[in-house]
Design a protein around this ligand. Structure first.
Ligand code: ATP
Length: 366
């Protein structure tokens, strides 16, 4: 078991800054997900923790050891990649026990550890097979088994489910989470899939353009995004964001709408906004359709998302910036082109400064 600490860790490839200096502490036994779009630097960050990539600056600690300049083999880590990287000529059993054989562990230790991971992953029936005859999911289970067998204190995983079919990914997600709980290994997991990150992470490190944008629990990054990037990137669809101007305690929005700022936000907006311009943010489920809602918009599409309808609304016809998505009432059908009223639950409303792109923070939360 081990805590991982990154202190001002950064990476440059020549003149190109792939990872800006990052400070991050991953607690012993924690499951942390590095999340962001392609090219944001998450794999490079993971590879620096593993020792496969040298840092350009900063220090990395695993447990109380400074491992910045130690070899991967000397960091007490195990790595699982998207592509299974199994040895095709070896059986499943040989693939799993290979790391222990390489360490010249005793026969007794090898058999004990093999039994442990085989029971954990329920792959006893596969032991005599070669990787070529296995399904994608079983290959990934074997790869996990090989990573687990040494009982590493740190698990590093780079998009391990990326090559699997969508329905199978969900099963494997749950299995990896169970393994993590059973083994209590500190885990760092890379993905570009925000749904996977939300489902698996104790905390999520959201990255974009080589910069850590926010570190928080799934709840925090979803409901309290630190900036516009996180607000848009997390959620499907992302947070609704409407540009407006603040005047006399009301936000003037497209389509002639005026939204009265909830009392608890007034002081924070007054001190933190850089001008009278503001962005109002809210998740689709923060809006309730119908009734005497404060805001009005035109329905331009409605699609069924299983348990609810997602309504797509335009606050001003030609203005694509003012398109929002809210949840419709169950069983209530809306007509395309219909004007409808909706309100926002005040505790679920957020505000952003358009200039800095940062979230306005309630004083008691700052
Ligand atoms: P992906 O999901 O596509 O792998 P990522 O967020 O993991 O994306 P990285 O692989 O960490 O991104 O890459 C970050 C940036 O660094 C990218 O622009 C990439 O092209 C660049 N990069 C990565 N490795 C090297 C390298 N060895 N030499 C030069 N540039 C590199």
């Amino acid at each position: 078991m081990a805590q991982i600490e990154l202190k001002q860790v950064e990476k440059r490839f020549g003149d190109f800054q792939a990872v800006q200096p990052v400070d991050l502490t991953i607690k012993d036994g924690e499951f942390v997900v590095l999340l962001g779009p392609s090219g944001c630097g998450k794999t490079t960050t993971l590879r620096m923790i593993s020792g496969l990539e040298a840092v350009s600056g900063g220090k990395i600690y695993i447990g109380d050891r400074d491992v910045t300049w130690r070899n991967p083999a000397d960091r007490d880590i195990a790595f699982v990649f998207q592509l299974y990287a199994l040895y095709p000529h070896m059986t499943v059993e040989e693939n799993i026990t290979f790391p222990l054989e390489a360490e010249k562990a005793s026969k007794e230790v090898i058999q004990r550890r093999l039994k442990h991971v085989v029971d954990l992953l329920q792959i006893k029936h596969l032991l005599a097979q070669k990787p070529g005859s296995l399904s994608g999911g079983d290959k990934q289970r074997v790869a996990l088994g090989r990573a687990l067998v040494r009982k590493p204190s740190v698990f590093l995983m780079d998009e391990p489910l990326g090559a699997l079919d969508a329905d199978f990914r969900e099963t494997m997600r749950a299995e990896i989470k169970e393994l993590h709980i059973a083994e209590e290994a500190t885990t760092v997991y890379v993905t570009h899939d925000q749904i996977e990150a939300m489902a698996m992470g104790d905390r999520i490190v959201v990255m974009s353009d080589a910069v850590v944008q926010q570190v928080g629990t799934p709840y925090e990054v979803y409901y309290n995004p630190a900036n516009l990037f996180v607000a848009r990137f997390i959620g499907s669809p992302g947070m609704n964001l409407l540009k407006g101007a603040l005047e006399d305690g009301r936000v003037h929005l497209p389509g002639g709408n005026k939204y009265t700022v909830p009392d608890q936000w007034r002081a924070a907006l007054a001190t933190q906004l850089s001008s009278d311009r503001v962005i109002l943010g809210f998740r689709p489920e923060a809006a309730y359709a119908g009734g005497t809602g404060d805001l009005g918009a035109e329905v331009y599409a409605s699609d069924l998302h299983g348990a609810f309808n997602m309504l797509h609304l335009a606050l001003e016809e030609e203005n694509v910036e003012a398109v929002i998505h809210i949840r419709g009432e169950r069983g209530h059908s809306h007509v395309i082109g219909e004007d409808m009223r909706f309100g926002l639950q005040p505790e679920m409303v957020r505000f952003f400064d358009p200039q800095s792109e940062r979230a306005i923070v309630l004083e008691e939360r700052s």
